[in-house]
Design a protein around this ligand. Structure first.
Ligand code: PLP
Length: 391
């Protein structure tokens, strides 16, 4: 009956103790370093959207449990967004589900759709919650590694094809891709879609950076390819698009059977969340296109500033086509251990970055790569570059 002999964390979650972000953010606080590790903007989103949240709070909209699927105004705005941007029609009542950020959408999707023993094929490096959620669902993750090729991390479609077995239940895709900044091309997505149809797989696609694409790169939702609408759960969120990461308003769009399945899991996770913020995000989704153009232009300039600075310091730089992260290679600096590099960087240079190895099962494949976030005010990025140059 001794409980002390056994570690409290269950076996499914062994190895998922704390995230690197907690460790690195603590280091940032202790050393006064500039935190380019975690990907949150250091300025809030549009004032009008913030005011919409205040108004909802004051008017008593959403202060009590909102409807399980999300408030009707937000579901209608999400459906309108998918139609306007991608020509994808979803019924707001049966094909849209509001979640506590994309994070809950990912968790609920995997908990709902994966049986113990099912294999989930995911692009590696992957967002850290994927591995934990596949594990919580009792699934087995099968990483397909994006590899550096001509200045970007690329998907090897043969490798993806080879990763699919009779036990594969679903493909977990992320584009624009965190941490590499890769945006899958229309041709690559078409091949992913063909594979999913051919092998009759479900697809969960994390598209939270759908609007953060640069240099003419184009985000194409996987759900828009032939045969995909009925097998795809598309996930997005207001956090990245509207710079309100603390509000945790996310959503899925999918066929009714998939939405019903995901809702079954979601209702026992948070049930509902972020009532007043849901009304505000409904207004955000209706902002004119100029908001998105301005956001992209601002971030493109910041990407260029940080990428150029890092290159001058001597990093190998993978110029991202999307997201607000830049992945670098430290080997040109004569180093190859990203973990050691990131642990030492706050003391040495007063800057925090994240070792990409934490996003890999094949740690060695990610060892020399380090991720910096550029969703920060320009003077902050300039100071970070100055510090890195001086170190
Ligand atoms: C930030 C992020 C999320 C989480 O989004 P929230 O809406 O904050 O929960 C999910 N996926 C990726 C790839 C992200 O970068």
């Amino acid at each position: 009956m001794t409980s002390s002999a056994r570690p409290p964390l269950n076996r499914r979650l062994a190895g998922f103790g704390t995230t690197i972000f907690a460790e690195m953010s603590a280091l940032a606080v202790r050393t006064g370093a500039i935190n380019l590790g975690q990907g949150f903007p250091d300025t809030d989103g549009p004032e009008a959207v913030r005011e919409a949240a205040v108004r909802a709070l004051r008017d008593g909209r959403g202060n009590q449990y909102p409807p399980g699927p999300g408030v009707p105004e937000l579901r209608a705005a999400i459906a309108a967004h998918q139609e306007r941007h991608y020509g994808l029609e979803y019924d707001p009542d049966t094909e849209v589900l509001v979640t506590a950020g994309a994070t809950e959408a990912i968790a609920a999707s995997l908990l709902a759709l994966v049986e113990p023993g099912d294999e989930v094929v995911a692009l590696e490096p992957y967002y850290d919650s994927y591995a934990a959620c596949v594990a919580m669902a009792g699934g087995t993750r099968v990483p397909v590694t994006l590899r550096p090729h001509e200045g970007a991390f690329r998907l090897d479609l043969d490798e993806l094809r080879d990763a699919v077995t009779d036990r594969t239940r679903l493909l977990l895709i992320n584009t624009p891709h965190n941490p590499t900044g890769t945006v899958l091309t229309r041709a690559e997505l078409a091949a992913v879609a063909e594979l999913a149809v051919e092998r009759d797989l479900l697809v969960v696609t994390d598209e939270v950076y759908e609007h953060l694409v640069f240099d003419g790169a184009e985000h194409v939702p996987l759900a828009s390819f032939p045969g995909m609408r009925e097998r795809t759960v598309t996930i997005s969120s207001a956090g990245k698009t509207y710079s309100f990461t603390g509000w945790k308003v996310g959503w899925i769009t999918a066929a009714p059977a998939l939405v019903a399945a995901v809702r079954s899991a979601k209702q026992y996770l948070t049930y509902v969340s972020a009532g007043p913020f849901q009304y505000a995000v409904a207004e955000a989704l209706a902002l004119p296109e100029s908001y998105l153009t301005g956001l992209r232009e601002d971030l493109r300039a910041k990407r260029d500033l940080l990428a150029a600075g890092l290159a001058e310091v001597g990093f190998g730089v993978f110029r991202p086509a999307g997201t607000y992260f830049v992945t670098t290679d430290i080997r040109p600096l004569g180093l190859d251990d990203g973990f050691a590099f990131c642990r030492a960087l706050p003391e040495r240079a007063g800057v925090v970055a994240v070792p990409n190895a934490v996003f890999y099962d094949h740690r060695e494949a990610g060892a020399p790569f380090v991720r910096f976030a550029f969703c920060k005010r320009t003077p902050v990025l300039e100071e970070a570059v100055r510090r890195l140059k001086a170190a």
